[in-house]
Ligand binder design. Structure first.
Ligand SMILES: *Cc1c(COP(=O)(O)O)cnc(C)c1O
Length: 229
């Protein structure tokens, strides 16, 4: 067993305990964990996969492309793009990843759709919703209905739910996560196949779970501190 794997297994156990405490019961199966490996080497991806996690998140196309080549991917593993999608990289992102969590622009969505079509695949997408007000990324909640309506016209994209980031000010997180949960309820009422609410990172996972998160994106909680980018 590699040292990295031993570390990830120990931290994963602690994460699972946090999830169960926060959800008052063994609902860990309902909650997916995306292992966020940005800033770590390909060995971190392998350690996460070896520890039984199947979802890997990366923020930058080139970093991901370089690392993914070094990994032998088990069947069923899913690669999530969680960074900002630059329009000129959208086609390559669509080809390399299984899920794009950060869709907030219809021109980018059109480019992802073309990229997925060219790669003969259907790409799962989440719409990033801007629930903190001061964020530059994300669709404002009042525009979400129109945005998801337009998104659903794309043949090679499958809308699976929403992604939200907590605000920089932790005292504002409760209101922001409640807003995301309300958006998610509305989307799900219109589109029952939208079952994913990706919300919660290492520092705010408990609060996100209290607001109904179904997917946590965890970096430092699984791998320890990241080196500066
Ligand atoms: C880096 C990152 C994470 C993980 O953050 P941690 O605090 O290390 O858990 C989650 N989501 C996004 C979008 C990120 O960029």
């Amino acid at each position: 067993m590699t040292e990295e794997k031993i570390d990830v297994l120990a931290r994963l156990q602690a994460v699972r305990e946090r999830i169960e405490r926060a959800s008052r019961g063994p609902v860990a199966e309902r909650v997916r964990i995306v292992a966020v490996t940005k800033g770590f080497g390909a060995g971190a991806i392998t350690a996460a996969l070896d520890s039984g996690l199947s979802d890997i998140g990366e923020n930058y196309y080139q970093e991901a492309a370089d690392k993914f080549r070094e990994v032998s991917w088990p069947a069923g593993a899913l690669r999530h793009f969680i960074g900002r999608v630059q329009r000129n990289k959208a086609r390559r992102i669509a080809a390399l990843f299984d899920v794009v969590q950060t869709v907030d622009d219809l021109e980018v969505a059109a480019a992802l759709d073309r990229g997925a079509g060219a790669a003969h695949k259907t790409l799962d997408v989440l719409v990033q919703v801007n629930v903190a007000g001061d964020q530059r990324q994300g669709v404002p909640p009042d525009l979400l209905g129109d945005f998801t309506g337009a998104l659903r016209a794309h043949q090679h994209l499958r809308l699976r739910g929403l992604m939200a980031m907590g605000p920089p000010d932790p005292s504002a997180a409760d209101v922001a996560f409640a807003r995301a949960a309300a958006c998610f309820e509305r989307l799900r009422a219109a589109l029952p196949s939208a079952t994913v609410l990706s919300m919660g990172m290492s520092d705010d996972m408990e609060l996100a779970l209290a607001h109904g998160s179904t997917m946590l994106r965890l970096g430092t909680a699984l791998f320890g501190p990241r080196r500066a980018p």
